[in-house]
Design a protein around this ligand. Structure first.
Ligand SMILES: C[S@@+](CC[C@H](N)C(=O)[O-])C[C@H]1O[C@@H](n2cnc3c(N)ncnc32)[C@H](O)[C@@H]1O
Length: 357
């Protein structure tokens, strides 16, 4: 991407988060292109793309929050992709819903969902609302800094150009990066690499004041800082392309998804500081808690009952059943984390959900 080379030519090496921001969201960036990425024909498969039962199961959660906080309730999905989560969810709950998406290709697709409002940033949401905010695989795509432990101290990895090629460059760590590392990296061995997810905290800080009452579900791959330690030798930074692990992030900027495991210790701590009650779940446990395992048992029984019957109907049931098994697979999507954040009403604030429907 010429833009990245120009940027470095103009100002010298840049922090990794600036590189990642341009590679994913800048002109010609991975999510800025005409192509919708989070679909079967795209570059990676996400839970809602695997099965509509993901959105239908999260609808059970939304209905429970609705029962708790009453009307009016707004559902906000951030990073809504193709709409494969919010569509099935709206069909069950009938709630007012807004999708937030930075990708023009995704916004165009979301525009086809009846009654769904679509915006390009958090600043277009009501200033105060009551409801549920959901983000599946957003946090892992927020631009992050890169750090390495060298001789017992932190160094940053910036992006520069050497002999016409993008290269990682050693740099003095910036103060906010060191503060984050000291708080959330854990006991990283020498040589270890850490993705510094300052933007996760920024995003939470921007979202938090809007949610007067209700809940937030942040779903992603990742783990606690402690559980991520065994992966620190190489770090968890990686790319995806056409459903496979892609090349090194600097090799094809704009053509690969750049991502890393989410440090949920940091996300949970920052959310708690913002006043949320927090609970970190595994995805398989969270979905089972909402009834998906019972639904799976029903699907299995229905499939068995059709033995020797209508082959087409049986095939549909089998597909549905294997999709649900994928959502719950303990070493696959079931191993994702769900950070559940809840907030009780703040009495002195007038909400801005708009008229009751
Ligand atoms: C991995 S995809 C997930 C899409 C969808 N949630 C799913 O699970 O299929 C990440 C999405 O996040 C969007 N995105 C990234 N940063 C965002 C932001 N700050 N606000 C809204 N959407 C964002 C990208 O455009 C992309 O569509």
């Amino acid at each position: 991407m010429a833009m990245i080379l120009d940027d470095i030519a103009a100002q010298g090496p840049i922090p990794f988060e600036r590189f990642m921001s341009m590679a994913l969201y800048g002109e010609g960036g991975f999510f800025a292109s005409e192509t919708l990425r989070s679909v079967r024909s795209g570059d990676f498969m996400t839970s809602p793309e695997v099965s509509p039962l993901f959105g239908e199961t999260l609808a059970v959660y939304v209905l429970a929050v609705h029962e708790r906080i009453g009307d009016p309730l707004l559902v906000v999905e951030v990073a809504a992709g193709s709409g494969s989560l919010i569509g099935p969810l709206m069909a069950v709950t009938g709630s007012r819903a807004i999708a937030v998406e930075v990708s023009p290709a995704a916004r165009a697709q979301l525009g086809g969902i009846p009654d769904l409002e679509v915006v390009s940033g958090l600043e277009y949401l009501p200033e105060r609302f009551r409801g549920v905010v959901i983000a599946n695989e957003l946090l892992d795509n927020l631009p992050m800094a890169m750090a390495q432990r060298v001789d017992g101290a932190w160094r940053e990895r910036w992006v520069g150009v050497e002999e016409g090629r993008l290269e990682m460059i050693d740099a003095e760590p910036r103060d906010p990066v060191v503060t984050w590392l000291d708080l959330y990296a854990g006991d990283v061995p020498d040589g270890g690499c850490v993705e510094v997810q300052l933007a996760v905290g920024d995003w939470l800080t921007q979202m938090s004041p809007r949610l007067r009452e209700g809940a937030m579900l942040l779903i992603d791959y990742g783990d606690t800082a402690e559980n991520l330690l065994p992966r620190r030798a190489d770090g968890t930074l990686r790319t995806y392309q056409a459903h496979h692990l892609g090349p090194y992030p600097l090799e094809q900027p704009g053509a690969t998804d750049i991502t890393a495991d989410v440090n949920f210790t940091a996300a949970e701590d920052i959310a708690a500081r913002l006043g949320f009650e927090t609970k970190l779940w595994r995805q398989d446990d969270f979905l089972a808690h909402l009834g998906l395992r019972d639904r799976l048992s029903r699907l299995r029984r229905e499939e068995l009952a059709l033995a020797g019957g209508d082959e087409m109907e049986r095939l549909v049931l089998r597909t549905r059943r294997t999709e649900v098994e994928a959502l719950l697979h303990p070493r696959g999507l079931g191993d994702f984390r769900v950070l559940e954040l809840t907030r009780e009403a703040e009495e002195d604030v007038v909400d801005d959900n708009g008229p009751d429907e």
